[in-house]
Design a protein around this ligand. Structure first.
Ligand SMILES: NC(=O)c1ccc[n+]([C@@H]2O[C@H](COP(=O)([O-])OP(=O)(O)OC[C@H]3O[C@@H](n4cnc5c(N)ncnc54)[C@H](O)[C@@H]3O)[C@@H](O)[C@H]2O)c1
Ligand SMILES: Nc1ncnc2c1ncn2[C@@H]1O[C@H](COP(=O)(O)O)[C@@H](O)[C@H]1O
Ligand SMILES: O=P(O)(O)OP(=O)(O)O
Length: 257
């Protein structure tokens, strides 16, 4: 990958899009992971107002510390960057208590609610400041396995790194001066308190998933692990198509109207 060219291309794309709106900058949620770190550097490099938000909800200390360290580093490097901390733990716990039954009957219901509370917060801050909410999804998450929360972290205005796979995200992040603690952290969705990694949840690494996403050859000669990875990839790609396609609309036959 030509890192400098890709970086410049994304910065120009962000700048052009922002100029096409009446808005003045970008809002990015900072988790302590690689995707949000890279997206926030690219936004900062446009020179436009860039608001970073960390929104812990019973977060692991390691994730929280990486997020703060990244925001501090970016503020030192770019004068157009500001950071905010919005601790959503109480909001989340109130939400959990307000529900008429225990949503933990399904382990994903409350986990995905964390992501949707963050989306609500990002949009409130963006609207108050005349900014866009910038997405952090990469190619394999967004168009491969659909590993994101529908209308949670998937609810964004623009998506600058969605055509880069995770390996390229790491490469570009290193090129862009992202801190070592983030470059070395295992990707995690941070939605569970045991700190489980994406790989623990999916059962395959990002390089394996990228291989599966690109695979179009003859399957009979594949090794056992390759067959397993292909099956994991295909299952997730199939069951998450509803996130990748426009939502189904019930059109009414003209004769009925
Ligand atoms: N970037 C990340 O690393 C990241 C971020 C957030 C979440 N995640 C992970 O992503 C996963 C999200 O879970 P999920 O996909 O079950 O939740 P989701 O909320 O994203 O999608 C499930 C919801 O979609 C709807 N739905 C389901 N099937 C449908 C269909 N066929 N047509 C239309 N709508 C349909 C239903 O409302 C269902 O509740 C979790 O594993 C979570 O840990 C990863
Ligand atoms: N704790 C967090 N604070 C701010 N923003 C967050 C936090 N956790 C997640 N985010 C945002 O959501 C996306 C996806 O998160 P995953 O950790 O990959 O699930 C992340 O890039 C942040 O923008
Ligand atoms: O989306 P992020 O920034 O949380 O990155 P990762 O998913 O690699 O933790």
């Amino acid at each position: 990958m030509k890192a400098e060219e890709v970086s410049r291309h994304i910065r120009e794309w962000l700048t052009d899009y922002l100029q096409s709106t009446r808005l003045s900058g970008f809002v990015v949620g900072i988790s302590g992971g690689i995707d949000s770190a890279l997206v926030s550097v690219l936004c900062a490099q446009t020179g436009a107002q860039t608001i970073l938000l960390t929104m812990p909800i019973r977060q692991t200390k390691a994730e929280y510390d990486r997020a703060v360290q990244h925001m501090d580093q970016l503020k030192e490097r770019y004068p157009n960057v500001v950071s905010l901390e919005v601790n959503l733990t109480d909001t989340f716990e109130t939400f959990e208590r307000t529900m008429p039954f225990d949503l933990n009957v399904n382990h994903l219901a409350m986990a995905n609610s964390r992501s949707r509370l963050r989306m609500t917060t990002l949009y409130a801050v963006a609207q108050a400041n005349g900014c866009l909410v910038v997405g952090t999804g990469n190619k394999v998450e967004d168009f491969g396995v659909g590993f994101y929360t529908k209308y949670g972290d998937g609810g964004v205005d623009i998506s600058p790194i969605a055509d880069l796979n995770k390996t390229q995200v790491f490469e570009l992040a290193r090129h862009s001066g992202v801190i070592t603690a983030i470059l070395e952290a295992k990707p995690t969705d941070g939605l569970f308190e045991d700190g489980r990694s994406d790989e623990d949840q999916i059962g395959a690494t990002y390089p394996e998933l990228e291989w599966a996403m690109d695979f179009s050859g003859e399957e009979s000669g594949l090794r056992e692990r390759e067959k397993e990875v292909l099956a994991i990839y295909r299952r997730l790609n199939r069951i998450n198509q509803h996130k990748m396609q426009p939502i189904p609309v019930c059109f009414i036959p003209k004769a009925y109207l």
